[in-house]
Ligand binder design. Sequence first.
Ligand code: NAP
Length: 323
Amino acid sequence: MESTITLGLIGYPVHHSLSPVIHNAALRAVGIQGTYHAFEVKPLPEGQEDLIDILEKLRNAKLHGLNVTIPHKQTVLPHLDTLSPLSRAIGAVNTICRREGQLIGYNTDVPGFLTDLWIHHSEFWDRKRRYALILGAGGAARAVAFALLATGWHISIASRRYTQAKELSNTLKSLQSDLFQILSFSEEWESVPGEIQTSFLLSSNKMRVQAIPLDALTRSKQFSPLLIVNATPLGMSPNVSLSPLPEDFIYPKGTVVYDLVYSPLITTLIKKAKEQGAAVVSGIGMLIEQAALSFELWTRIRAPKVSMYQAVDVALRGKAKGG
Ligand code: NAP
């Protein structure tokens, strides 16, 4: 590792991102001299030149690692030399490393989500039948859906545009025969807790995934998932009063609600679920886990998760006070 390193995030917009807070805290905590910057790269075609320029800097060792966020998780793919099988399967990269002059794309959202879910609810994997409902069918839903299917869950994907959920469910089903290869040859999969890494293979289940329209949740009383994951931006600051589930939704007994939104920490969804006695998990844990794995891929040093968590907690509390 060089004596001073420069890491960064590309996306648009990026001014609100907590990644600089998390990674600068991590660099300080492990004593690496370096900085992490947020680089604004506009959507293509406008941002094309900036995107190529910044990837060239990484290739020429002027930068030492990059995160990628919306809208570039897919647009960077053709510019990379290699993709981990996991990021290729998901069709999205959120971390880029340079190894021997080559740019390699990874996806740490999948292991980040699973690791955090395991930390909070490892008992789920004692259950023979695990059923989850995922709200939304965008990039984050894709990572969450893959993560759950790969560890033996049955899932329903609910989106406001039914075709989006249907397409995602078809894509996921098409990955079934390659799952073993995808997981075995993806470096980022190695960070997933060993206890659940093989759960799909052990369960010898077929990938069971179905698509449903989001508004069907208002009518149907048949849903009794163990886990509900919000993978829509509903409830995220500044639209804090919104929730992906209808006002009169009845949370099944024993359901855990996992909200990927972490700003604010207590979303309307989490508040409502708690009021009805459901257990809740905020997206902050996944945020830290995916960041920690990116940090480890770049530096080969164990990520100081406690320092990373403390830094983001302070930042979010500051935001909540309007700071
Ligand atoms: P995305 O690719 O834009 O997908 C968003 C999904 O939500 C789409 O299916 C979208 O449907 C749906 N949606 C948006 N507005 C909606 C509305 N008003 N009603 C119903 N559905 C709506 O975004 P993403 O990357 O998946 O991110 C989703 C959320 O997860 C964001 O809040 C992001 O911050 C969070 N996230 C958190 C973490 C973490 O580490 N905790 C990691 C990744 C993402 P349409 O296409 O029809 O709009």
